[in-house]
Every structure is written in structure tokens, then in C-alpha cells.
Design a protein around this ligand. Structure first.
Ligand code: SF4
Length: 703
């Protein structure tokens, strides 16, 4: 008999509610959940095909182990596999210290999975070497929120998108990357045509179809643009002096800096008409409600933190925050990057939005976990972590639910690192990813519809993710794998002591974790699985005793900084690390397709999703094709300073001359070579450590 289980979509950070139709054994279909406040029953092409993408041929069914690098893996059992891993990790830690091992996890894990990994790394192993693929996704937004507003807390709700009078969408192809939110925006624009939409993107994406103004800035010039807009707001008197005086600090320094960002100078830096710059500033300055949305175009940059703060500056200068239809609102890329940030799943964080470098924070978490202390050493972030693997400092690496052998920049070096690492564990639902190739131990994980826990979406809303069917064969939920391994490791590292990992269910992890949020900006100590089940998904903060979540932050003008004031930041515009030159005269931009997700391990198994785009093609302006005497469809060699690919090219006037566009999804299963990221560079932002995946210098040649 067909049953229905309410859960959430496992792809993007919109966090849509889904109803899984199943017979208790097999998932038969999926529908949008009409009661979920993110999507009210709607699903995009990816969400509505979830049931078609669990291809058993691609799934991991049993643990696989090899006892030497040159050997083939063979089927193992859980006890042997995890005992072997615990022996290797314990020996490595004893011989080389806790910082000789590392964990690289994922924005697609559930909050309970994250929590188990954090406790394992920091409390049991004693290392801060735990980072996540969220480092590639939202870490610049984390820095932007923390340094400007005092806490990593997006202050808005989805309904603000509908209530705004002027929206600035910067570095986000929302139509593809957050489709259901874009549908909500389309509906709002149809109902209120006076709403102004400004899209800032070097490329004319599908999101621009809805724009009243498209600012096709030159790649990476966002900081100059935002400073230029503030210059005009100041000149025209469109700032809110009363708000600035009452609720902020640092404005005078910024005011001095933006004097130099005149419309003439900024139009030149950004490569846009002055008239467009003036019009954007006028719409922002005169709008009763101004909201900004952004994503990877701002974050994946060597000046990602500065871009985030420069955009938030505009909200603080105009007092456009804390009211309906206003505020800076990052669109989270992955389904639970927010939950990862909440549980401390970046090397520099600790659970409850705490900082690993803060001794008081470490003491609070150590006390909660019942351990003497937490490690003080600085944890390695994604790019640094794989450099440490490559040069031999990391000798045992545990990777869960992510595919660094496709997603990290400068792929040649990542593959060298994985090949050289003495012991690599990969915990993964799909054994077809590039990273699995390097696993000495491959552990089959449960996937969507097969596991329980919680996720937090872009608007701080926590949903209960429910299990509909059992995982295939011997695959297990991530929290259970991690806890089981941790129990075996603690028998070796701290024998005779009570277990730190005595968890019987994901709910037990949630209950242990949630007091760590009490009194913090994200306080959800008042939530429980029972409340999520009876009252539906809730937005944090939701402290003990609350009867409802919190749709909007900072409405009282008090911020999460020590002074209670928001801080302006006066960062000088800096160009991307790799400028165009004679040898590499094109700037490569990478991004998403509408119907694919990340490395395609799920979406790549559904024929229906290839209907939109069937193969990796490099988009070039027709002038650039002519200059190289290339015909559309012809194969070309694409070279960067790090490697090359051979690909068909297409004429694409959505990109300006001097630029190129390649979808990020294609790895070496689909391309001859190491995939899109063989071309991208590992330069990163000095504060967020987020790599500059968006701007690589390339050349394209006939083959
Ligand atoms: Fe899933 Fe995102 Fe599409 Fe919603 S918008 S159905 S969360 S991929």
C-alpha cells in the first residue's frame, strides 16, 4: 500500500518540503509539500525527479576495504572495516599527533551527522582539522555577517523577497540555483510590477529575464560597484543618518574611502554605463524596502569577505534592515550548509556559532562534552587541508558525502594529494564519484529518503527530515557510521572511560547538541523533534519557552556585536588574483545548470535531467570564436595555468567578449581530463579562506 512521508528536498538551500510516496521498501514518487512554508507544494525540476535518481547501480551497498595502495578493494563487513579504520587512526594519532589526521565533510549532511563529526574530531581526536565543502560555498558570507552584524545569521525570511520594493540580486543565477524562490519572486513581480529588480552578473543569465536593470559588471568588480553606489547615495542624500548614528559604527572611515569611488571611476572599473550605475543607486536610495540576495558570485572570490561587507554597508547606510522587505539575504548553496555552520563544521568554528580560537568558547563546549579541553591549534581549511595531505602532514583522511576529487580547484594537485595519502576513508552513498577511486576504505551511506535528522534552510528554518524507506543492503546513516567509528576509536585512545558517543538515534544527538545553542544568537534550545512534528518547520532563534520562531532579526536596531552596533567596513576594491593577459586572455566563469546538482552523482543518473543540457560545452562570445576561427560545436583545447581540457565550444552572447563560461558539474566521468576544476585556481580570500572558483585566466585554441 502506498504511504506518504513528509521530508525535505536534498539539493539546494531553499529547503523545500517534499512528500515521499513509497511502499515501505521502495520510493515510488515525490510531490511538493503544500504545508511547507519554503515552497507551499511547488518543486523544481531537480526536486520533482528525486525519486528517479536513486539508481541502485551507483549506490554503495557494502563496505569495501583494501590493505595496500596497489591492491583492489574487496567487500568487507562493518566490524572489520571500522576496527581497521580505528586501528589506523589510533596508530597515526599516537605516532604523529592529533593534527596528522583530518575530516573533510559536506553541506549535504544532516545537522546530527555534523554534530557527531565535530565531537569526534575536536573532543576525541583533539584536532580542529575538520572542514567542509561549505568552505567553497558560504564561508565568505559567514565572515561578512560576523564582521558586519556580529553573528552568522541571515536576518531575513523568504516572505521579504515578496514584500521588497527593490531587489538587488548579485552573483546569483537564482533562476537555476534557487528555482522555487525565483518562482516566488516571479509571482511577486507579476502582482507588483513596480517592484524594481537589479541583477548584477557578468553573464546575462536566465535570472536577468526578470530584471529591470542588468549590471553586467566585469568579473570580480563587485566591491567597486557597491562602493560606487554608496558614493551616489551619499551625494544625493539618500542615506539614513539617524539610523547610522543610532545603530552603527565606523561610517566615517567608509565615507572617506568611497569619496574615490566616483561614478566615472566605478563605471570604468566595472565596465558598465554610468547611467546604469546612477539608476541602480536611485532605485536603492528611494525604495521604501531594499533587499539584496547573493550567492557564489560574491562568495567564491579572493575578496569574498570584502564583497559581502560592502553589500551589507549599503543596508546599514540606508537603514534597510530589520523591517519587512529589507535586509541582506545570502542564498545558501547547499541544503544544510546552515546546519553545518550552526554545529561548528568549519575548521575555525565550534558548535553554537562559537569560535575555535576563543578560549572561553572552547571551555564552554569542552564542559558540555565532559572533556578536559578542546584543541587550540588552528584547523586547516579546505585548500590548506589538501595541501597538507599532499605534502604528507596529514596521514589519515576521512571524507564524507562530498567529492573533492571533482569540486576543489586546481584538480591535478588534489588528485596527487589523494593518491599520496597513506589512508583515505570515503563515506559515501554513491560509489561512482571520483573521490571513491582513492578510498582505501569505502563506507556505504544512506541517502535521501533513507535517514532521519534535521536541516536548516537559507531563512534559518529547521525542518525534520524523515526516513521513508530502509537504506539498501548494508548502507547506514552517516551519524551512525560516525558514532560507531568513534566508539571504536575511543576504546583505543581512552580505554575504560565512559563513551562520548553513546547515541541510539539522531534525536539523541539533537537533544545533546541543542543546549549548546542556548543563549547564543541562534538559540534553538526550545525546539524538539516533537515540536517540529506538531507545529512544522521553525525559524531560529527558538529559545526555551518560545511558542514560535523568529522571522526577522535586528528589528530593534541592536546587533550581535559587543557594542550592540553594526559595523561598517572600509575595504579597498582589489581585482581578482588572476588578471587577463596575453597568454590567458579570457576570464573563465563557472556555475550551475538548471537541472543538475554538484557533481551529478544523483542527478546524473536521470535521463530526464539531461534534456536541458546534455554535455559540457564552453560558452564564448561569437567575437571570440571568430577571433580563433572556431565554429560552434567544434572541439577546442581550453588551457589555464594549471591544466587543460578538450571541449566543444558554443557561441554565447550572454557572456561578454573576454570571458567564457563552463558549467561546474562535469568531472572526469564526462570529460576527457579532470573536469572543470582542472582549470580553476586555489587562491582564496584571506579571511574566509574561500577559493576563487569564479575567475580563472584561460586561453582557447583549435585542436
Ligand atoms: Fe529542491 Fe532547491 Fe528545487 Fe526546492 S528549489 S525542489 S530545495 S532543488
Amino acid at each position: 500500500m502506498t504511504q506518504t512521508t513528509a521530508s525535505t528536498c536534498c539539493y539546494c538551500g531553499v529547503g523545500c518540503g517534499v512528500l515521499i510516496e513509497h511502499d515501505g521498501e521502495t520510493i515510488l514518487g515525490v510531490r511538493g509539500d503544500p504545508n511547507h512554508p519554503a515552497n507551499f507544494g511547488k518543486l523544481c525540476s531537480k526536486g520533482s525527479t528525486l525519486h528517479l535518481t536513486g539508481d541502485l547501480d551507483a549506490r554503495g551497498l557494502y563496505p569495501e576495504l583494501r590493505l595496500g595502495k596497489g591492491l583492489a578493494r574487496s567487500r568487507s563487513d562493518w566490524d572489520s572495516a571500522l576496527d581497521h579504520a580505528a586501528n589506523v587512526f589510533a596508530d597515526t594519532i599516537r605516532e604523529h599527533g592529533p593534527d596528522s589526521v583530518a575530516f573533510y565533510i559536506s553541506g549535504q549532511l544532516l545537522t546530527e551527522d555534523y554534530y557527531a563529526f565535530n565531537k569526534l574530531a575536536r573532543a576525541l581526536v583533539g584536532t580542529n582539522n575538520i572542514d567542509s565543502n561549505s568552505r567553497l560555498c558560504m564561508s565568505s558570507a559567514v565572515v561578512g555577517y560576523k564582521r558586519s552584524l556580529g553573528a552568522d545569521a541571515p536576518p531575513c525570511s523568504y516572505e521579504d523577497i515578496e514584500q521588497s520594493d527593490c531587489l538587488l540580486i548579485a552573483g546569483s543565477n537564482m533562476a537555476y540555483a534557487h528555482p522555487i524562490l525565483f518562482r516566488r519572486l516571479e509571482t511577486a513581480k507579476a502582482q507588483r510590477p513596480d517592484m524594481k529588480i537589479i541583477v548584477v552578473d557578468p553573464r546575462r543569465t536566465d535570472t536577468c529575464e526578470l530584471a529591470d536593470l542588468h549590471l553586467a559588471i566585469l568579473p570580480g568588480t563587485d566591491v567597486a560597484l557597491f562602493h560606487g553606489i554608496l558614493h551616489i547615495l551619499l551625494w544625493e542624500g539618500w542615506i539614513d543618518r539617524r539610523y547610522i548614528d543610532a545603530h552603527t559604527e565606523g561610517f566615517d572611515e567608509l565615507k572617506t574611502l568611497v569619496r574615490d569611488y566616483t561614478p566615472v571611476a566605478v563605471a570604468d572599473i566595472c565596465g558598465i554605463p554610468q547611467a546604469d550605475l546612477l539608476l541602480a543607486a536611485e532605485w536603492i536610495g528611494k525604495a521604501p524596502g531594499f533587499l539584496s540576495l547573493w550567492c557564489m558570485g560574491l562568495n567564491q572570490s579572493s575578496s569574498g569577505s570584502a564583497k559581502n561587507s560592502a553589500l551589507i554597508n549599503l543596508h546599514l547606510a540606508t537603514g534597510q534592515i530589520g523591517r519587512p522587505g529589507t535586509g541582506p539575504f545570502s542564498l545558501t548553496g547547499q541544503p544544510n550548509a546552515m546546519g553545518g555552520r550552526e554545529t561548528g563544521s568549519l575548521a575555525n568554528l565550534l558548535p553554537g556559532h562559537r569560535d575555535a580560537a576563543n578560549a572561553g568558547h572552547r571551555a564552554e563546549v569542552a564542559a558540555h562534552w565532559g572533556v578536559e579541553r578542546l584543541p587550540e591549534s588552528t584547523g586547516l581549511t579546505a585548500i590548506e587541508l589538501f595541501e597538507a595531505v599532499r605534502d604528507g602532514r596529514i596521514k589519515a583522511l576521512w571524507i564524507a558525502c562530498t567529492n573533492p576529487a571533482q569540486s576543489l580547484p586546481d584538480q591535478q594537485k588534489i588528485h596527487e594529494a589523494l593518491a599520496a595519502c597513506p589512508f583515505v576513508v570515503v563515506q559515501e552513498a554513491f560509489f561512482t564519484t571520483e573521490t571513491c577511486h582513492y578510498a582505501d576504505l569505502l563506507l556505504p551511506a544512506a541517502s535521501w529518503g533513507e535517514k532521519e535528522g534535521t536541516v536548516t534552510n537559507s531563512e534559518r528554518r529547521i525542518s525534520h527530515v524523515r526516513r521513508a524507506v530502509p537504506a539498501p543492503a548494508e548502507a547506514r546513516p552517516d551519524w551512525a557510521i560516525t558514532s560507531d567509528f568513534a566508539r571504536r576509536l575511543e576504546q583505543r585512545l581512552r580505554p575504560g572511560l565512559p563513551s562520548l558517543f553513546d547515541f541510539a538515534s539522531p534525536e539523541a544527538l539533537f537533544e545533546e547538541y541543542k543546549p549548546l545553542t542556548a543563549g547564543r544568537d541562534l538559540d534553538y534550545s526550545g525546539l524538539s523533534y516533537a515540536i517540529l512534528d506538531t507545529r512544522g518547520p521553525q525559524q531560529w532563534p527558538f529559545p526555551a519557552g518560545a511558542t514560535a520562531g523568529t522571522p526577522r532579526l535586528y528589528g530593534d536596531g541592536r546587533f550581535a556585536t559587543e557594542s550592540g552596533r553594526a559595523r561598517f567596513h572600509a575595504d579597498v576594491y582589489r581585482a581578482p588574483k588572476e588578471r587577463r593577459d596575453a597568454r590567458f586572455p579570457l576570464t573563465l566563469n563557472t556555475g550551475r545548470l538548471r537541472d543538475q546538482w554538484h557533481g551529478m552523482s544523483r542527478t546524473g543518473t536521470a535521463a530526464r535531467l539531461f534534456g536541458h543540457v546534455e554535455e559540457a560545452v564552453l560558452g564564448l562570445h561569437p567575437d571570440e570564436l571568430r577571433r580563433r576561427r572556431l565554429q560552434p560545436g567544434e572541439l577546442a583545447r581550453v588551457r589555464s595555468r594549471r591544466g587543460s581540457l578538450i571541449l566543444p565550444v558554443q557561441a554565447d552572447d550572454a557572456v561578454r567578449p573576454g570571458q567564457a563560461y563552463l558549467p561546474m558539474h562535469w568531472g572526469n566521468r564526462f570529460l576527457k581530463g579532470l573536469g572543470t576544476n582542472i582549470l580553476t585556481l586555489p587562491a582564496f580570500d584571506p579571511l574566509s579562506r574561500q577559493p576563487e572558483l569564479k575567475h580563472a585566466g584561460i586561453e582557447v585554441e583549435r585542436v
